[in-house]
Every structure is written in structure tokens, then in C-alpha cells.
Design a binder for this molecule. Structure first.
Ligand code: FA5
Ligand code: MG
Length: 390
């Protein structure tokens, strides 16, 4: 099927991941209100960028594997081929996400049906791994979130989950009587070692934060090119998760790191869409085993900006607008920014004006095709988002 008349990649009717077949008709059902997965997201399932040894994400994953193998020989089991379609229970309930948490909303998460989602984090596999008897594991995979459109956000990105269980004998042997303190200290030491392996001697800092599944919880930030960059979330696993999954009496740590965030910094990759390109000017620059080759940008084609203004309705959200734009323009949509907003107090109506930047990383776009994309955006914004164009 042609999208927007310009995208020529046909949508396959089914893909294979980790031995299971995922069929398009089960995942994309526009007329089913319990489903909100667009074709543009379905086409990313099964791409497995993180398993390509000469792709920046694969190179990074392999380097992290090496760090764990060298620091802890034969301790961590690795999984990178688990299917991304998981139950709501696995993605949320099993990791103690409260019933009213925003991440559960249709605005933030892709639902296949009321009980099934595209995983929004690799933490979705913690409980099943524990129940299968694993106590030291790394799970890498594609994760899916409805989100903004800009250089660092894409509806599909990759995470690596790490998990390590300690028995009382382990912390007692180390002279500690407090399993939680012991695990927190081991976690920080392990991740600081990883950060040094990836970045060399860098300034880093721990920031206290909150996750439903860990306590205490931290984010690690790295000072890179003048800014503090959040690269991972982690913490000491909530006791209920261990208890509910056959590991009562133990203590564990867990982390989840964003592979694109790290790779953009390590390889100087300026736009997150580049991870998905087949353009050989991108792919030919990276070699298996070579972490940190600096990407040489090829010449940028000019962007084209189009504004769209409308009176919003109560259900309007920016994520829904971005879905419409991505559904029509795909990767030609570089950015969607709110540039003006006002309320007419008499009418009680609020107007938003968004500026959409269209740009291909591979070629010049013609006025004609951009006008055609924008006219489809205008049409669908009205029919799908229930807003009134101004
Ligand atoms: C999580 O997803 C937690 N599951 C992480 C975790 C695991 C915490 C285990 C504790 C224990 P968060 O939503 O912050 O947390 O995402 C983790 C990392 O993914 C971020 O630090 C960031 O590096 C990356 N990330 C998050 N959102 C995006 C995005 N839209 N695009 C690219 N990378 C992202
Ligand atoms: Mg975070």
C-alpha cells in the first residue's frame, strides 16, 4: 500500500519475531476502538536493528555485552529476540504500575487490544524472566511509545534491561547486613563501570527519581558536550516483584537504558530517524566492533515549513496530532512544534498553531509533494481529531 502517494515500501502482511508470527491484520485495526497501532508503526516490528552487528545500535549492544562478559564471566544471560507484543499485565501490572498511571493511557501507549500492547519498555519482561528461573539477565529490544516528533523522539526506540538477583549469603559474605544498601551500591558500581567503558573518563552524576518498580530509584546523567544527558533509569527492585515471581527473600537491582540516546552521543548521530535509513551514505560509515566512529553528516536538504491552525476540542492531544502527521508523512516529518496558542474567552475556544517541518534526509522534496502531504494532514486533522481548522 502506498502511503501519502510517495512512500513506496509495501506493508508486509506478517513478520516473524523470535519464532512467533505477527500478522498485520491482528496488529492494525483502524475500525477497532481498542486498537491504536498505525501501519507506520507496524512496519517497524521485526526490523531488529539491535541485532545488526554493523548498525550503531548493534555495535553498542555488543560493546555492552562485552563489558558484562568481561566483568562477570558467564553470569548474565542475554535475550534480544523476544516478541514486542506483550500483555497489559506484563507491561504494567507485573511491574506494579498503578491503575491510573499516565503511561497506561491510549495517548501514551500503543494498544493491540484492551489486554495487549506493544511494550513501552523492556521492563515488561522482568516478571516472565524471573518466573522462567533467570536471576541475571540482559533483555534488549524495540519499545514503542506515542510521542512528540523531533530529533530525539521516535515512536520506536530500543532499550536494554539489566537485572541481577542477590541472595542473603551474597551480601552477608560481603559483610553487609542490609541487602538493599548492598544492591544499590553494586548497581552504581556496575553502571559507573559501564559508563566509563562507553565514554572513557567522564563526569557523571546520580539523580534520585521515581519508578513504580524500584525503590530507591535513580537516573544516571553524563556530562557530554556541555550538557547533562539522562542515559538510563535504574533502582533496587520492589520486593513485591521478587515475591510474586518466586524469589522471596532475595534482593535485586534493575536498569533500563536507552540505546539511541547513548548511540547518538557516541557516534555523533544528529537525528533519531537516521537509525532507520537504508541510505548507504549512513550505513556504510559503521563497522562491526567499532564503537564511537564519528558520523560524517552528508549534506542536508532544505526543510519546508507548513503551519496549521485550528480550534481544539477537549480530547485534543499533541500525541494524536503527531500520529496523524507521521501516518501521512512518515519519516519526512522532521518536527512538529506548537508556535502559537490563545483562548477566545467569549467563545470559550482555544486555538493552536503548529509548525510542521518536512524534510527528507535523502533527497529534495518538491513543492507539489509537500503541498499534497499538507493537504492530507489538513483533511485528516479535521476528520480524525475533531478540531475546526481556522
Ligand atoms: C523506563 O523505561 C524504565 N523501564 C527504566 C527502568 C528499568 C528503571 C529498570 C528502573 C529499573 P524511562 O521511561 O525513563 O524509564 O526510559 C529509560 C531510558 O530510555 C531513558 O533514560 C532514555 O535513555 C530512554 N528513552 C526514554 N524515552 C525515550 C524516547 N522517547 N526516545 C529515545 N530514548 C528514550
Ligand atoms: Mg526517564
Amino acid at each position: 500500500r502506498l502511503r501519502g502517494g510517495f512512500t513506496t515500501a509495501a506493508t508486509a502482511s506478517a513478520v516473524e519475531v523470535g519464532g512467533s508470527t505477527i500478522s498485520r491484520d491482528d496488529v492494525v485495526r483502524e475500525d477497532d476502538p481498542t486498537n491504536n497501532v498505525p501501519d507506520s508503526v507496524f512496519t517497524k516490528i521485526g526490523m531488529q536493528l539491535h541485532t545488526r552487528d554493523d548498525h550503531p545500535l548493534g555495535i553498542l549492544k555488543n560493546t555492552i555485552y562485552e563489558y558484562f562478559d568481561e566483568s562477570f564471566p558467564e553470569l548474565f544471560k542475554k535475550f534480544d529476540n523476544l516478541a514486542p507484543i506483550v500483555s497489559v499485565k506484563a507491561n504494567f501490572d507485573d511491574v506494579l504500575t498503578p491503575p491510573d498511571h499516565v503511561s497506561r493511557s491510549y495517548n501514551d501507549t500503543y494498544y493491540v487490544d484492551a489486554n495487549t500492547v506493544l511494550r513501552c519498555h523492556t521492563s515488561a519482561h522482568q516478571a516472565e524472566m524471573l518466573r522462567a528461573g533467570h536471576t541475571h539477565f540482559l533483555v534488549t529490544g524495540d519499545v514503542y511509545r506515542r510521542d512528540a516528533i523531533d530529533a530525539t523522539h521516535y515512536p520506536v526506540f530500543h532499550q536494554m534491561e539489566g537485572f541481577r538477583v542477590f541472595t542473603p549469603e551474597e551480601w552477608e559474605a560481603a559483610g553487609s547486613s542490609d541487602g538493599t544498601a548492598y544492591a544499590a551500591q553494586d548497581l552504581k558500581k556496575t553502571l559507573e563501570g559501564l559508563a566509563r567503558r562507553l565514554f572513557g573518563e567522564v563526569e557523571m552524576r546520580w539523580v534520585d527519581c521515581y519508578f513504580p518498580f524500584t525503590e530507591p530509584s535513580y537516573e544516571l546523567e553524563i556530562f557530554f558536550q556541555g550538557k547533562w544527558l539522562e542515559v538510563l533509569g535504574c533502582g533496587v527492585t520492589e520486593q513485591a516483584i521478587l515475591k510474586n515471581n518466586g524469589r522471596d527473600g532475595t534482593v535485586a537491582w534493575a536498569f533500563g537504558l536507552g540505546l539511541e540516546r547513548l548511540a547518538m552521543v557516541l557516534f555523533d548521530i544528529p537525528d533519531i530517524r537516521l537509525f532507520w535509513t537504508n541510505d548507504s551514505r549512513f550505513t556504510s560509515q559503521f563497522k562491526s566492533g567499532q564503537l564511537g566512529t564519528k558520523f560524517k553528516a552528508y549534506s542536508k536538504y532544505p526543510p519546508c515549513y507548513k503551519d496549521i491552525s485550528f480550534w481544539i476540542s477537549e480530547q485534543f492531544t499533541e500525541n494524536n496530532l503527531c500520529e496523524v502527521v507521521r501516518g501521512i508523512a512518515g519519516d519526512l516529518a522532521e518536527e512538529v512544534v506548537l508556535i502559537d496558542e490563545f483562548t477566545n474567552p467569549k467563545k470559550g475556544l482555544t486555538s493552536h498553531c503548529y509548525r510542521i517541518a518536512y524534510r527528507s534526509m535523502e533527497r529534495s522534496l518538491t513543492d507539489e509533494e509537500i503541498n499534497e502531504l499538507q493537504s492530507q494532514v489538513r483533511e485528516q486533522v479535521q476528520t480524525k481529531l475533531n478540531v475546526t481548522l481556522r
